[in-house]
Design a protein around this ligand. Sequence first.
Ligand code: HEM
Length: 256
Amino acid sequence: MSSSARFDSASAPGMAGRSSPWPARLDLLQSGTGLLLALFMWVHMLFVSSILLGNDAMWVVARFFEGYFIVGRRVPALVALTVATVAALFIGHAALALRKFPSDYHAFRTFRSHMKGFRHEDTSLWYWQVVSGFALFFLASLHLGTMLTRPGRIGPFESGDRVWSDVMWPVYLVMLFAVELHGGVGLYRLALKWGWFAGPDPNVTRRRLRAVKWTLTVFFVVLGLATLAAYVRVGIGHADHYGVPYTPSWIEVPAP
Ligand code: HEM
């Protein structure tokens, strides 16, 4: 399409002088918060998966974020502060995303029928991003609420108890697939939208980006499943001592 044929809201009938920079600004903000959240999720998964290296490794990671190795005592408020920051990003991102949701059932049906007619992978990916985003709105709110109100209850036994005895594993299982799909598709769409890694041939770029996206998604889903299985195993083994926190054998006095 030539630039002169592009739709210009300022020249549309009844819209003279109404062109606003805000839609573009909000779009940029949505992209920025999405990028930060996606990067956070990768780092989060790497830290949470420390359980695969053993209970001591996960205990060290959990205490590290409480400042234990710096101030010599546990400060769970530091974790709560991180959770509050992530929650603010999450709420901002979700609120901005609401603008893109189909506004009613009719709009939803119209989109679905277009999607089926097009049979275009990127259009279908957008649909799955909306569906997974909707699910995450509830699932991640639950998880962030728990982390915000119980920041001191993170550790191999504490997390194992939550996953198994508090029956959080079904929530984590669904959330894992939703977040990896949502984040993977989101980053792919960001790369296309802003032209990151763009080569001379757009079709080749698209194919390459898709391959990278699916590789990352599969990697983090497999890592997440192995991690979840490890928490389930720890939780089952610890069920008879529910609520008793983990203390490594090399610590003589439990951390205050
Ligand atoms: C600073 C904020 C966060 C903290 C401190 C945190 C911490 C944790 C911890 C300690 C676990 C291990 C299980 C447990 O203790 O219950 C966990 C698991 C998990 N978290 Fe988070 N989390 C945060 C934010 C998020 C967000 C925003 C999402 C997704 C939108 C998320 C998705 C998950 C998933 C899917 C699992 C299960 C891991 C697996 O299946 O292997 N977390 N998180």
